[in-house]
Design a protein around this ligand. Structure first.
Ligand code: UT7
Length: 329
């Protein structure tokens, strides 16, 4: 059923580390080539944090930019939701470090672990908490330092990921502008296809486990690819169906930026014109939960997010988790 939006995006922000690692740089580190990476993924470079970088440092920069663009002060924020799987530490939540660094002293803050779907999961949770618990100004972030868990000797995975942070400030909707639909999905049958086995309760960081590199990302790329295409297609159709809309009504689609071939396959199945689809995977690689909010901020700052535009967002990640969202700008 079409929905009257309750919350809208008041501002956006992003931050990426300065250091850029190109495919040519990677050729010196592992048996790969620029040609292979571009042809199989569309990635040309990624931003990489210096070792030891706190995720919260990157996230705070994105948050400050979002607050400034929304014209909202840090102490007006009453809730911070951070989608991440690479927090500063195992605990406390990186959102607590963000709250302190921002000076958002009135905010409740927590992390949300849904891998690449963390930002869209965060949007739905924020909307619910704003409707039911009285939160009025909410910061939703997706931020990752995924390179902190990359094995730079594993060419199957190390060429794919990059670091970054994106943030939005949510407030009460005005008229028909705002968040229309979100659709969240999980299928825990596939936890073994994309995971980091180390550092949790199963494989704590003993010398043996660290030497066995259990703290690095493991992925069955082909299987993940296959599931990503079908799941993202279904979720996007679901949010459009619920609004009684079709793909032709979309002004813009922001897909999760993991692989250009995944994006093209989803777009082909949904029969969406490629010129309505935002792509920046060539510049950032896969930044997991940060990919959609980084794209949102790039689009808003370049003036491409026009007021009244209907924007679709769709993502897929470890868990498996996947999600889609529909927003009227
Ligand atoms: O955010 C959501 C999570 N992640 C994803 O969505 C990623 C999903 N998967 C993918 O994007 C793709 O499966 C990959 C990009 C990871 C791999 O592409 P692919 O077309 O599925 O390649 P493949 O794994 O079938 O590998 C093809 C060949 C293999 O060689 P052989 O066995 O055919 O001789 C690999 O060993 O390419 C080789 N290969 C590489 N060659 C050069 C794998 N990685 C590399 C590399 N450079 N970096």
């Amino acid at each position: 059923m079409p929905k009257t939006p309750q919350v809208m995006i008041l501002g956006t922000g992003r931050a990426v580390p300065e250091k850029v690692l190109t495919n040519v740089d990677l050729e010196q580190m592992v048996d790969t080539s620029d040609d292979w990476i571009v042809a199989r993924t569309g990635i040309r470079q990624r931003h990489v944090a210096e070792p030891g970088t706190a995720l919260s440092t990157l996230a705070v920069e994105a948050a400050r930019n979002a607050l400034q663009s929304a014209n909202v002060a840090a102490d007006e924020i009453d809730l911070i939701i951070l989608g991440t799987v690479t927090g500063d530490m195992k605990f406390p939540a990186a959102a607590c470090f963000i709250q302190e660094k921002l000076g958002a002293k009135n905010a409740v803050a927590f992390d949300l672990s849904a891998a690449c779907s963390g930002f869209l999961y965060g949007l739905q949770i924020a909307e619910g908490m704003m409707a039911n618990s009285g939160y009025r100004r909410v910061l939703v972030l997706g931020a990752e330092v995924l390179t902190s868990m990359v094995n730079w000797q594993d060419r199957d995975t190390c060429v794919l990921f990059g670091d970054g942070a994106g943030a939005v400030v949510l407030g009460q909707a005005v008229g028909d502008r705002g968040l229309l639909q979100t659709c969240l999905r999980t299928d825990g049958a596939h936890t073994g296809l994309l995971y980091n086995p180390g550092c949790g309760s199963v494989n704590p960081p003993t010398v043996e486990n660290v030497q066995a590199r259990l703290h690095s990302i493991r992925m069955e790329g082909k299987e993940v690819f296959r599931h990503a295409v079908t799941s993202m297609t279904e979720a996007l159709k679901e949010v459009l169906d619920r609004e009684g809309l079709g793909v032709e009504d979309l002004d813009l689609l922001i897909p999760h930026q993991a692989n250009l071939r995944i994006i093209e396959a989803v777009v082909k199945r949904c029969k969406i014109a490629m010129d309505k689809v935002y792509v920046n995977v060539d510049r950032y690689g896969n930044t997991s939960a940060a990919s959609i909010p980084i794209a949102l901020d790039e689009l808003r700052r370049s003036g491409e997010l026009k007021e009244g535009a209907l924007v679709g967002m769709v993502t897929f990640g470890a868990g498996f988790t996947w999600a889609a969202g529909l927003v009227r700008i």
